[in-house]
Design a protein around this ligand. Sequence first.
Ligand SMILES: Cc1cc2nc3c(=O)[nH]c(=O)nc-3n(C[C@H](O)[C@H](O)[C@H](O)COP(=O)(O)OP(=O)(O)OC[C@H]3O[C@@H](n4cnc5c(N)ncnc54)[C@H](O)[C@@H]3O)c2cc1C
Length: 366
Amino acid sequence: MKIAIIGAGLGGVTAATGLHLTGHDVTLHERAPELRETGTGVVVMPNGLAALDTLGLAGPLREHVMPTAQGGLRDRKGRPLLVTDAVKAQERYGPTVVVDRAVLHRALRARLPLDRVRTGTPVDDLASVTADAVVVADGINSRLRARLFPGHPGTRRTGRLDLRGTLPRPPGVDDLLTAILIDRHSGAMFGLFPLGADRLYWFTDAAMPATVPAAEEAREGMARLMADWHPAVPALLRATAGPDIHVDPISRLARPLDSYTKGTVALLGDAAHGMTPDLGQGASQAFEDAAALVRHLKGAGPEEAAERLRRYDAERRPRANRIMLASSRQSRLTTLTGPGAWLRDAMLRATPPPLAARRLAAIWLT
Ligand SMILES: Cc1cc2nc3c(=O)[nH]c(=O)nc-3n(C[C@H](O)[C@H](O)[C@H](O)COP(=O)(O)OP(=O)(O)OC[C@H]3O[C@@H](n4cnc5c(N)ncnc54)[C@H](O)[C@@H]3O)c2cc1C
């Protein structure tokens, strides 16, 4: 089948590569003048890695498996709140990967021939595309989604601002690796992950100021907010070079879509289920979409396209929409302040590690 994919983010390149490898005549259209993924690290959860495995694309990522450090959820000083048994969890559910976004993007598109890609080619109207099936993967602010489903309200800002950064790994931070620190006073969050052997990836999440600040100003504001946290936190923020900091006001779909398909057009990735990053599932869900799409379209001819895409929608929408809503719930839980946050911390401390691992696994298991 002749298949057009619109958008070459992590979801679009994965779908394009998978569809190409199963024999379809694929064209990948990207608005940007070159193929690339910018910025920092990304966590790929066991379910995302399993989906990539079914497409034969997980191999190069195995060298980025996250160490089984006892990170877990901590308070702002770095004291444990919820400890998951990382060793057992990896043995049971498979590894988690932390990888530079650009490295991941290159690995996912390595087997897609360049003549299948049209960069500098925005598609804002599907009438301009000739194909038997179209995959819309143009991200959370998808214009094509708005055209296909005009009754959908689009995205909504959550009132949170996220900063992400990478820097060379200094000594003395090992005890914080893979930990996520949450703070019941400010409702802010800080996470720290190794990026390969010699770099670190950190992220913060806090209430959004009145306007979106530039990187340096955002970093300074965050370092001030976190001045009395574990001493490594403000030190790492201040040690990160301005160009290595990304600032994102967080949005999500205002409500789940009632369908991911319309005729021979299917939505995939953030275009279909843009969610808050709180469960680290956005990219993994896009990989699950790509794996399901490739499986349902395998061996299909043009006349079967609409029916096969309906099956894709039936498989993917309930699960991805559920995870989208769970991410928003997780966001509300981790950003609590006041008595609610005190209660949350008490409950986290009382949760046995195996139960914590089982709750996470409910999301990982497909
Ligand atoms: C702060 C933050 C941290 C995150 N951390 C994680 C994490 O650790 N783990 C995780 O799994 N997920 C994470 N996510 C989510 C993850 O980044 C996204 O879910 C994922 O990148 C979505 O990929 P996508 O391909 O669907 O969309 P995008 O990456 O947005 O790609 C869309 C592509 O379409 C192109 N495009 C747009 N419009 C057009 C057009 N009209 N024509 C042609 N091309 C077009 C764009 O240029 C872009 O290349 C995080 C998100 C944020 C904001």
